[in-house]
Design a protein around this ligand. Structure first.
Ligand SMILES: NC(=O)c1ccc[n+]([C@@H]2O[C@H](COP(=O)([O-])OP(=O)(O)OC[C@H]3O[C@@H](n4cnc5c(N)ncnc54)[C@H](OP(=O)(O)O)[C@@H]3O)[C@@H](O)[C@H]2O)c1
Length: 273
């Protein structure tokens, strides 16, 4: 059985990857926090400081890197720095583990700092001298839901005019990541996306209907280069692997019996409050 370290194994994607790998590999999770998981050993380490990385990587055959710095998008370079530290520690561990990295569709086409940071991370992985695999995915259902929740907090629901998204089921991305982690290094593999390209406005309508909220939707024109990138669809996958679960199906399953939805991410931390 191969020994797989999942950096980010406590996150939205990482938890699902750990579930998929359980039973098929000997799984270790890297986290800054003192957490206990039923399915895996947890090793404390910090990708911002490097603390604990070398022992975490000892004896590891495959590193699944789905950790990330996404709390404060004013410092996207911290995400690349995390990847650099993980690679250095993997090299120092001596066993040349296979690196399996999750990235985002359009990292080389959307001029947003966070995308540039992920693209720099991809390049570091490819130049690491270690065997590697990189999968780019479109936005997870949970992220799209979080953005809709944030945009619909007030008396008017704001959406970016003309923007389309292709939300994908995280568990399907996790299955693909697990499959890649158990296979031979493959370099950059075909992108993964959800089954439908949908207008942000239509997704907002679905969300408001699901919450039984009757508030007006205001599509706002977005200015600037980043907006032009999104409007051009540079974050959408023209081909590659398609998930099957739609956002509407995900949304229906997310509604609790009392009609509320548990925030899929820490909303306050993500909105900078
Ligand atoms: N969300 C999307 O729509 C989407 C789409 C495509 C690709 N991706 C990529 O997928 C990856 C995972 O996204 P996600 O939404 O699942 O993220 P998430 O839920 O926010 O999880 C982030 C993970 O990173 C870990 N982490 C953060 N800083 C760390 C540090 N200094 N040291 C060690 N671990 C650290 C966290 O672990 P602890 O808090 O336990 O330390 C947590 O497990 C990211 O690289 C993201 O760019 C996301």
């Amino acid at each position: 059985m191969s020994r797989i370290l999942v950096a980010g194994g406590t996150g939205v994607l990482g938890r699902a990857i750990v579930q998929r790998l359980t039973g098929a590999a000997d799984v270790r999770v890297l986290s800054r926090r003192d957490v206990t998981l039923a399915a895996a050993e947890v090793v404390r380490a910090d990708l911002d400081t490097g603390d604990g990385l070398e022992p975490a990587l000892r004896g590891i055959d495959v590193v699944v890197h789905c950790a990330g710095y996404n709390r404060d998008l004013r410092h996207p370079e911290r995400d690349t720095d995390q990847t650099r530290r993980l690679i250095e520690a993997a090299r120092a561990a001596g066993a040349a583990p296979h690196l399996v990295y999750i990235s985002i569709v359009g990292t080389d086409r959307i001029p947003l700092g966070y995308y540039r940071a992920k693209h720099a991370g991809e390049r570091l992985i490819a130049a690491s001298g270690l065997p590697w695999t990189v999968l780019r995915a479109t936005q997870f259902h949970e992220l799209v839901l979080m953005l809709l929740m944030l945009a619909a907090r007030g008396p008017i629901a704001l959406v970016p005019r003309g923007v389309r998204v292709q939300p994908v089921e995280t568990r399907e991305v996790a299955s693909r990541m697990a499959e890649l982690a158990l296979a031979a290094p493959a370099g950059r593999v075909p992108d993964m996306a959800g089954p439908r390209v949908e207008r942000a406005e239509d997704l907002m309508r679905l969300y408001l209907t699901a919450r039984h909220r009757r508030v007006p939707i205001l599509p706002l024109p977005l200015p600037g280069k980043v907006a032009r990138g999104y409007l051009s669809g540079a974050h959408l996958a023209a081909d590659g692997v398609r998930g099957s679960r739609t956002f509407a199906e995900f949304l229906r399953a997310s509604i609790r019996p009392d009609g509320t939805i548990a925030p899929p991410y820490d909303l306050a931390a993500r909105s900078g409050r």
